[in-house]
Design a binder for this molecule. Structure first.
Ligand code: ATP
Length: 366
């Protein structure tokens, strides 16, 4: 079930909530929509489900114009964060519901529905819960049933809106693993809304980063982390150190820093901003170095260090604990800071700016 969204615009009153979305999802893919609150993720999902309609743009599924179809005709399975199971029905009846309300001509027989439900219970590993009512289920169990209910109709497209948002971290992790298995076994095309980067990383083949109604970048989580197209994506995909630098012939310079490992960039001479991840910064103990260690904290797994550079910037780096140089990295020690990688953007550029990073070899985005 391949999906093509083109130039989609949606307004609520005067507010443009989707500002020209272009997105293609391949059959069997699991795509995560990742973005801050209000970026339009749920609105896009609702348009796919037929619960909202765009002001302009196209939505085609397997070449068919879905904007001409009502929600029921699209056969999408939808799971929300707070999914209301029918409280007066057992798990078994909740699962069967979508099939029993089908138009008579398409409705399976009672025996076929019972078989289908038994198969689903088994598949979703919830057979022991079959005769319970929703009130007697934990949050995680309820979400499994909710997903079962969405799957019962054999949806062409599965839409999940923060399905595990309300649950504890450890249950979320279990459910993610389970969902990935379910996805692989059913091969359903799935779109998941989340604002949790880790969730997107664990589940999705591709991640679509949304900001204020626009797609900022599409790619694998690794790709987005290593090659963010702009400052917005850089900030949204992990901790960043943002450092003013001066560019000369494509090379960045800053007192107290050794920036020679960074790739040369095609940007004009002058002010720029260097975006680094704390784990990319190597502190090199150096009596002549212009930076000073101001703080050192062990997290058990790694050493988190703070530095003050000659221009007064406070910078955090994270390095493996117990490495050869760590004994010398005590507060007050002089160091030169050497990033192993980084991304340069023109100074004070807006979040929508095009990338100023070297083109990666393995580009997984469109
Ligand atoms: N029915 C509506 N009427 C008016 N404004 C709406 C309506 N639905 C959504 N909005 C607005 O549209 C914007 C996008 O909302 P949407 O729910 O799509 O964002 P989101 O990225 O899913 O956010 P969250 O992560 O908080 O769910 C928000 O500013 C929201 O207030």
């Amino acid at each position: 079930m391949s999906i093509s969204v083109r130039q989609m615009v949606k307004r609520f009153g005067r507010t443009e909530v989707l500002r020209g979305i272009d997105l293609t999802v391949e059959k069997g893919e699991l795509v995560a929509l990742l973005g801050p609150s209000g970026s339009g993720k749920t609105t896009l999902l609702k348009i796919l489900a037929g619960l909202e309609w765009p002001d302009s743009g196209a939505l085609e599924v397997e070449g068919q114009d879905w904007l001409k179809l009502e929600a029921q005709q699209r056969r999408t399975g939808f799971v929300f964060q707070h999914y209301a199971l029918f409280p007066h029905m057992t798990v078994r009846d909740n699962l069967a519901f979508g099939l029993t309300v089908r138009p008579k001509a398409e409705r399976p027989s009672k025996a076929q529905i019972a078989d289908k439900v038994a198969e689903l219970l088994e598949f979703l590993q919830i057979t022991p819960l079959a005769d319970r009512f929703p009130a007697a289920l934990s949050g995680g169990q309820r979400q499994r049933v909710a997903l079962g209910r969405a799957l019962a109709i054999e949806p062409k497209l599965l839409l999940l809106d923060e399905p595990f948002g309300a649950l504890d971290a450890s249950i979320r992790r279990d459910l993610r693993r389970w969902l990935r298995q379910v996805h692989e076994a059913t091969g359903s095309t799935t779109i998941l809304v989340t604002h949790d980067q880790e969730e997107a990383a664990e589940l999705a083949d591709r991640v679509v980063v949304m900001g204020e109604g626009r797609i900022e970048q599409i790619g694998s989580v690794d790709h987005l982390h290593d090659y963010p197209a702009n400052p917005f994506v850089a900030r949204f995909t992990g901790a960043t150190v943002e450092l003013p630098v001066t560019l000369h012939a494509g090379r960045a310079e800053r007192a107290g820093w050794d920036l020679t490992r960074l790739d040369r960039v095609a940007l004009p001479d002058g002010a720029a901003t260097l975006f680094l991840r704390p784990a990319e910064i190597t502190p090199v103990a150096d009596p002549a170095g212009g930076c000073r260690v101001s703080e050192s904290v062990s997290t058990g797994r790694s050493l988190r260090l703070r530095f003050a550079d000659p221009a007064g910037a406070e910078v955090e780096a994270e390095i493996p604990r117990g490495g050869p140089a760590t004994a010398r990295l005590v507060p007050g020690a002089a160091v030169t800071l050497r990033p192993e990688a980084g991304r340069l953007f023109p100074a004070a550029r807006s979040a929508q700016a095009p990338a100023a990073v070297p083109t990666p070899l393995k580009e997984r985005s469109r």
